[in-house]
Design a protein around this ligand. Structure first.
Ligand SMILES: [Zn+2]
Length: 238
């Protein structure tokens, strides 16, 4: 494949997902920055909201902790720990309540044995190894690549397999994330933590966060397809 004939494919598989990724990052930053300024009428903090959402699901064995950083919030199923970033822990903004309830949504998924979450957990260790392999292969494979069957070819093949694992993991992450946000939105209203007209800010924040997961999956898939095309192209050129 010549460079020129390759260009549209490279744009489509690498550059377009990259721009989509930047757009998604910008959108979450803006949505968060906007809704962090809007305080909820009820005045509950993120910690209290997460507590309330989990209590309503009968969860009493999850510890809620404060962690440094911005948007470092996560749920750790291994240690039954719900980590909220400083602002979301103490803050009463629509963004804080949305994120806190979302993390509580993960705790509920864990408790009810939501299949996609357990599948994602099973894939997590392999994905961690795959990330290292993929980074290594991306860095060196392309330079050592001399055509079908060579050393560089095998490194890139290894990279493709690693990227395949990452793609599956990121694909499974999508229903897990969207389901947690769905549970959060329902519970924030049902429990009276937010009024319906305040939900716009929660939707904005959580939907923008969801978009970043779609962007991450799209980028990995683009990379994978691009490598597979280079590998299969080299086979044809032999
Ligand atoms: Zn999440």
């Amino acid at each position: 494949m010549s460079f020129i004939s390759h260009l549209p494919i490279w744009l489509l598989l690498i550059v377009v997902p990259m721009i989509f990724g930047f757009y998604a990052q910008m959108k979450i930053r803006r949505a968060y920055a906007r809704n962090v300024q809007i305080l909820s009428r009820g005045g509950l903090t993120g910690r209290e909201a997460a507590e309330a959402v989990m209590r309503s699901a009968g969860i009493d064995n999850v510890e809620i902790v404060e962690v440094p950083g911005e948007l470092t919030d996560h749920y750790d199923p291994l240690n039954h720990r719900l980590a909220l970033s400083e602002h979301n822990y103490n803050g009463t903004s629509l963004a804080a309540l949305g994120v806190a309830a979302h993390e509580a949504g993960h705790a509920i998924q864990h408790k009810v044995g939501y299949k996609m979450m357990s599948f994602r957990q099973t894939l997590a260790p392999a994905t961690q190894i795959a990330s290292g392999v993929a980074n290594f292969a991306m860095m060196f494979g392309i330079y050592l690549f001399t055509g079908h069957g060579g050393f560089g070819y095998n490194i890139m093949l290894m990279g493709a397999i690693a990227l395949g694992i990452i793609c599956v993991f990121q694909f499974v992450t999508l229903p897990v994330e969207f389901d947690a946000s769905r549970r959060a939105k329902v519970q924030l209203v049902n429990l009276g933590i937010l009024d319906r007209d305040e939900m716009k800010g929660v939707h904005e924040t959580l939907d923008a966060a969801g978009l970043t997961y779609i962007a991450a999956f799209t980028a990995s898939l683009g990379y994978l397809l691009h490598i597979l095309m280079i590998l299969s192209g080299s086979r044809r050129n032999d």
